[in-house]
Design a protein around this ligand. Structure first.
Ligand SMILES: [Zn+2]
Length: 270
């Protein structure tokens, strides 16, 4: 389970100046990571090389200068238009950067300077990348799933929880949720006569179970469905990728699971 109070948390929150400094640093790091991951996701979908080739405008192909590459602010300064051809730039990068800055700040506020926070930041980066790829291509890459599993295993001895218990809870959560969703989706496929849920979604739900355990994972799954329904209503499209909704619910429960589950239980009278 997630531990919110730790020694390091108390230490950084005793001084206002240090707190502000750490939070600004977290916001900048979040925005920079999002800027990189948006580029990485875009190039993964189009098949361009990730490491070679400079960033360029999608409309006119002009190579972007240093001033165009400052996350969040360059988009605001240029009012969402390319400096060279004045075509509209996709707002996706700007939204991803702003969201990521906020999430990184939330992670530090919730988990302090800890291995739990580091794990949450890396996990968020994986989820952001796979969500952007899922939005563009309706696929969740196996590499992202594998990275998520390796991260979970690698941080078992480092996080603020007894590792044997976390390992056991994670395995139960992952396999029960994964198998449950797989069974339901196979039944739905039979009834609907088409694929109801992608294989990538089921693998992502397995990973979510590893991190959150059975109770947290089940709660996140319900939340993901609610977010997915809102997403369908807002987008007015029949087919939407489920990855971003799962990812959003995953992060929300990872950070605020305990108070949320407590509130939910009191709501249904448990
Ligand atoms: Zn341009």
């Amino acid at each position: 389970m997630i531990n919110s109070g730790s020694f390091s948390t108390d230490l950084i929150f005793t001084s206002g100046v240090i707190t502000a400094y750490v939070l600004i640093l977290a916001a900048v790091l979040g925005a920079v990571m999002a800027s990189f991951l948006t580029c990485l996701a875009g190039r993964t979908v189009t098949g361009e090389s990730i490491w070679r080739g400079r960033s360029h405008c999608d409309s006119c192909g002009h190579i972007l200068g240093p001033a165009d590459l400052v996350p969040v602010f360059s988009y605001l300064a240029l009012r969402g238009k390319c400096r060279y051809c004045h075509q509209k730039i996709s707002a996706q990068s700007f939204f991803a950067e702003t969201l990521s800055a906020a999430v990184f700040v939330a992670i530090i506020l919730r988990l302090g300077l800890s291995f739990d926070a580091l794990r949450a930041m890396i996990l968020y980066c994986i989820l952001l990348a796979l969500s952007l790829i899922d939005l563009a291509s309706f696929t969740i890459p196996d590499k992202a799933i594998a990275t998520g599993i390796v991260l979970w295993a690698a941080f078992l001895p480092l996080i603020h929880a007894p590792w044997r218990e976390t390992l056991k809870n994670g395995m139960i959560g992952g396999f029960v949720l994964g198998a449950g969703v797989l069974a339901i989706s196979l039944m739905m496929d039979k009834i609907l006569g088409r694929e109801s849920m992608g294989g990538g979604d089921i693998k992502l739900i397995f990973v979510m179970g590893l991190y959150l355990g059975l109770t947290g994972g089940l709660f996140a799954l319900i939340l993901a469905c609610v977010i997915g329904l809102i997403f369908i209503t807002v987008r007015h499209q029949g087919k939407i990728p489920f990855g971003p909704s799962i990812s959003a619910a995953f992060m929300i429960v990872l950070l605020y699971g305990r108070p949320l589950i407590f509130w939910y239980n009191s709501l249904i009278g448990l």
